[in-house]
Design a protein around this ligand. Structure first.
Ligand code: ATP
Length: 454
């Protein structure tokens, strides 16, 4: 679904590239931890998926669409299929929790009743419904991050990019956040999370991608934060942590299975058992009833590779179905967010006036085609059409970039039922639903089908 092919990116006149010859793939329903020292390129990689930054060499494609060739007017629609979560939450301070989440739906023109229903449903899922009328400064950091995640997921994105979402949280709040991200992932959403949080990575036992000075040095399914001892990636991490004064190596929790990162055909992410049980204790515990069976980490050395590329099945549909078995593992189905998006039948003629939630707010007007996305000047890439010196993308002030949409197959089918006199906002919403679904299905190109459908 997301493919990096020999991607290199320099910023300005820096000698060292932020990303250097990165080749990697992420599939539907992957849960990926991006780790590496500060400055290793984690955020740069996320920004490329978001198409906030473009490669100077190589190619980044999502659902078959080369992001460098994506038309600028398609970018907002594309970005609405991605939910962003940041370390510093980035909630709108003058809006209530409800309005922060509702905002993401208003900008795509959802109807008032749909917004109310969906926002309260999502707030309830993240256990914030009782705080819907509070402002960000009236709730805790953990609650703010849950509100930020609610905003990111309210339109059911195909991809969640989380940049150190637990960086400002205590372990308990972090655990709550991770629980929500697991729920989202269990619904089929790809989650890529940059983090320095060793206990969380170790507890989750998901795919771990390690960067070092812009290079990919490890890609390990069901990995721990620490690479296998003795591997080149382990040497790198140890040296980095020694240099920064952080611990070089803590006692590692044991686990049952080791996947070599240099295997020519790594298993699809869904094919490996996950020890990420929702039943795990609320705080990280390397041992205990939930811990995997003691098993020494395999002694085989793992080679650090820059050109390494995971050999996932070429057919995304096949890998999708393979990975479908994993996401729900250990998750109580009753607790899963029901990302049924907004049934088309419920979609009312879009509001062009602000929709008051529990607390009134001033609202932006729905996104329009004229509100082009912006690209950081530093990221202007010659090959990209129409990139320029526009101001830096601001997720909070730029309505066009604010929200990711999505659709479950059911919603997509419904949206194909002809309905008379669909408003522009409805059409925008339906289009963005299709985009998310196309990213999920990942075959036939990102916008090909939507063009035919129009
Ligand atoms: N806009 C920019 N302009 C110039 N250099 C940049 C820019 N953004 C990132 N860099 C540089 O690119 C390299 C990779 O930065 P990046 O933010 O991707 O690292 P990171 O792994 O996310 O770090 P951290 O863990 O501290 O967030 C660093 O050397 C950084 O200084």
């Amino acid at each position: 679904m997301i493919r990096f092919e020999h991607v290199t990116r320099h910023y300005g006149d820096a000698d060292a590239p932020a990303l250097s010859d990165i080749s990697i793939e992420f599939n539907r329903a992957d849960f990926v931890f991006l780790i590496g020292a500060s400055g290793s390129g984690k955020s740069s990689l996320l920004r490329m998926v978001l198409r906030e930054s473009l490669p100077q060499q190589g190619k980044v494609s999502v659902a078959g669409q080369n992001l460098s060739l994506m038309l600028e007017r398609r970018v907002p629609e594309y970005r609405r299929s991605i939910g962003m979560v940041f370390q510093d939450f980035r909630l709108l301070p003058d809006k209530t929790v409800y309005d922060n989440v509702a905002f993401a739906m208003r900008v795509i023109g959802a109807s008032r009743s749909t917004i109310r229903k969906q926002v309260m449903k999502i707030l309830s899922r993240v256990k914030l419904d009782h705080l819907a009328k509070r402002f960000p400064h009236e709730i805790s950091g953990g609650e703010q991050q849950r509100a930020a995640i609610a905003r990111a997921i309210v339109n059911s994105p195909a991809i969640i990019l989380a940049d150190e979402p637990t960086g400002n949280l205590d372990p308990r709040a972090s655990e709550e956040v991770m629980k929500i991200l697991r729920w989202i992932n269990a619904s089929g959403t790809t989650v890529i999370m940059a983090t320095h949080d060793r206990p969380i990575v170790d507890r989750m036992s998901r795919r771990v991608v390690q960067l070092h000075q812009g290079k990919l040095v490890r890609d390990e399914p069901n990995g721990l934060y620490d690479p296998p001892e003795g591997s080149e990636a382990w040497e790198i991490l140890s040296a980095e942590e020694a240099a920064t004064g952080l611990r070089a190596s803590d006692p590692m929790p044991q686990r049952t299975q080791l996947h070599s990162v240099v295997a020519p055909a790594a298993p699809a992410p869904g094919s490996a058992p996950s020890s990420d049980a929702e039943t795990a204790a609320p705080t990280p515990q390397p041992t205990g009833p939930q811990a995997p069976e003691p098993h020494a980490r395999a002694a085989e050395p793992v080679t650090a590779v820059n050109h390494y590329r995971v050999t996932w099945p070429q057919d995304d549909a096949a890998s999708d179905s393979a990975s479908d078995s994993q996401p729900g593992a250990g998750v109580d189905a009753a607790d899963l967010p029901q990302f049924d998006a907004i049934p088309a039948a419920e979609t009312e003629p879009a509001e062009h006036t602000p929709a008051p939630g529990p607390a009134a707010s001033s609202e932006p007007t729905p996104a329009t085609e004229s509100a082009e996305p912006t690209t950081d000047p530093v990221d202007t890439v010659p090959a990209a059409p129409k990139t320029g010196s526009a101001p830096r993308l601001n997720w909070l002030s730029h309505a066009e970039d604010q929200s990711p949409p999505t659709a479950e197959p059911k919603a997509e089918q419904q949206s194909e039922v002809p309905r008379p006199r669909a408003s522009a906002a409805e059409a925008t919403y339906a289009e963005s639903q299709r985009t998310a679904e196309q990213i999920r299905s990942s075959k036939g190109g990102l916008f090909r089908r939507s063009r035919r459908q129009r």
